[in-house]
Write a protein that binds this ligand. Structure first.
Ligand code: CO
Length: 467
């Protein structure tokens, strides 16, 4: 059997390159073609796609999923799920996690990729248990992803031990999620070989081309026996996105790794996506800078998306001249915090802290409230020891918690349902509110009452002025 391919252009591809702005009308015709092209799965849903739908596109993400499912009869649909954070940025109660899993499967998701930014397996458990509970009913697969990063604690041995735990937790497959694109080809070879010794589960590779090494890393992973790779069609591949699908289909054709993909159909889908892309390049939504190679990420171990966030934060402060200082500060902040992997939400938190440390001229003089929560243990266990001086400066004598953060969160679903009973018509609406409260309320109010849209805008404008 050759290498299986998961197509990411309809989730990570447009998220990485054009701020997740593809519209449902642009996605569905592409998905319809790809459904027949021989993929293992199409990744179509996740935090940013959901968020952008209600925040910027005025589209209901649940309806988007239904429309994609209606044209995908042959190929599995995949989503990315941030463990206890679901699609949002903080921990939710277990009942919300379970309900979200159930509804996602009901709307047609077949593979749920669950990960935790800190690789704290306690934060995976409730999502994984939920997928397993509904697995047979919806023919679903539970994939657990490890957040790959490098640090003195994140060695190959560390990831092998983690994979052993994941195997026992009830995963059907394991993904190596190299969100920053820093996994080196030879390390990938060794990692995949070692994982294959300790687990029989299929192993999937996910990376980003930002540093210019993802294609060669994939090749080495394939030679080591990786089962699946994540790629994006050429219009939304490369740069800060995944390696290009067509290139892998061509380069592996007629080898023992043959992907079995129908290249004519890939080209047909790419033509369609190119039409959308060209429009977004013209209006600036697709920033072609995202296609530039940036081998410096290998030095700073910073994901591509984080680099562009930092640039916009610094531009807003008129402090672009501090960019290099901030880049150098990131590894220091990471060390102080016990080497968290730089993935959402930790990447934003570490990045913002580094910016503050530089702009205030004194380290940890000021902190985002998320960093305070992190040090209190409310995101889970740090991978390594945190700097106790820094901890004391920020949270004083407060003892960080050692239990699973969600253990102390009361069931929330019925409370949110009651609170928003005038706004929500379905359980899906309640879940949307649970995730993105203010944005969701505005979106749903306008969806169900299109005539009061104008008033809402006036109210919001006044609130902005008041701040
Ligand atoms: Co990614």
């Amino acid at each position: 059997m050759g290498v299986q391919v998961v197509e990411t252009s309809l989730r990570d591809g447009h998220q990485s390159l054009m701020a997740t702005r593809l519209k449902t009308d642009e996605i569905v015709p592409v998905a319809e073609i790809l459904d027949k092209a021989g993929y293992y799965a199409l990744e179509v849903w996740g935090g940013a796609t959901f968020d952008a739908c209600i925040r910027f596109l005025n589209e209901d993400p649940w309806e988007r999923l239904d429309k994609i499912k209606a044209v995908c009869k042959n190929t599995k649909l995949q989503m990315l799920f941030r463990g206890q954070n679901i699609l949002g940025y903080h921990h939710y109660a277990d009942d919300i996690v379970e309900k979200f899993v159930e509804k996602s499967l009901e709307h047609g998701i077949n593979v749920i990729r669950v990960f935790d930014a800190l690789n704290d397996v306690r934060n995976l458990k409730s999502a994984v248990d939920a997928v397993n509970k509904y697995k047979s009913k919806y023919n679903a697969e539970c994939q657990i992803a490890v957040s790959y990063t490098t640090s003195p604690v994140h060695t190959i041995d560390y990831f092998v031990e983690l994979a052993k735990k994941i195997d026992k937790m009830g995963a059907d497959s394991i993904c190596i999620k190299d969100m920053a694109g820093v996994l080196l080809p030879d390390s990938a070879y060794e990692l995949v070989k070692r994982l294959k010794e300790v687990t029989k589960l299929p192993i999937e590779m996910h990376s980003h081309c930002t540093g210019g090494i993802a294609e060669m890393m994939y090749r080495k992973a394939i030679e080591a026996g990786v089962d699946r790779i994540d790629t994006a069609l050429s219009p939304l591949g490369g740069g800060t996105s995944q390696p290009c699908t067509e290139s892998f289909a061509y380069s592996l054709e007629n080898t023992k790794y043959d992907t079995g993909l129908n290249i004519d159909l890939l080209n047909k889908a790419a033509d369609l996506l190119n039409k959308s892309k060209n429009k977004y390049v013209t209006d600036g939504t697709f920033n072609t800078k995202a296609l530039n190679l940036n081998p410096n990420i290998l030095k700073y171990q910073v994901p591509g998306g984080m680099l562009s966030n930092l640039m916009s934060q610094l531009k807003a402060q008129n402090a672009m001249d501090k960019f290099d200082d901030v880049l150098k500060e990131i590894p220091n902040v990471r060390k102080d915090l016990g080497y968290p992997p730089l993935v959402t939400p930790l990447s934003q938190m570490v990045g913002t802290q580094a910016v503050m440390n530089i702009l205030f001229g004194e380290r940890y003089k000021s902190c985002p409230k998320e960093i305070v929560e992190y040090l209190k243990g409310n995101y889970g266990q740090a991978p390594s020891k945190v700097n106790l001086d820094v901890q004391k400066k920020i949270i004083g004598d407060i003892e960080p918690i050692t239990y699973r953060p969600a253990d102390k969160i009361e069931p929330e679903f019925n409370k949110i349902k009651e609170k928003y009973k005038d706004i929500c018509k379905t359980d899906e609406d309640v879940l949307t509110c649970a995730q993105f409260e203010n944005v969701a309320v505005k979106f749903l109010t306008e969806k169900y009452n299109p005539t009061i849209k104008e008033d809402n805008e006036v109210i919001e404008f006044n609130m902005e002025i008041g701040k």
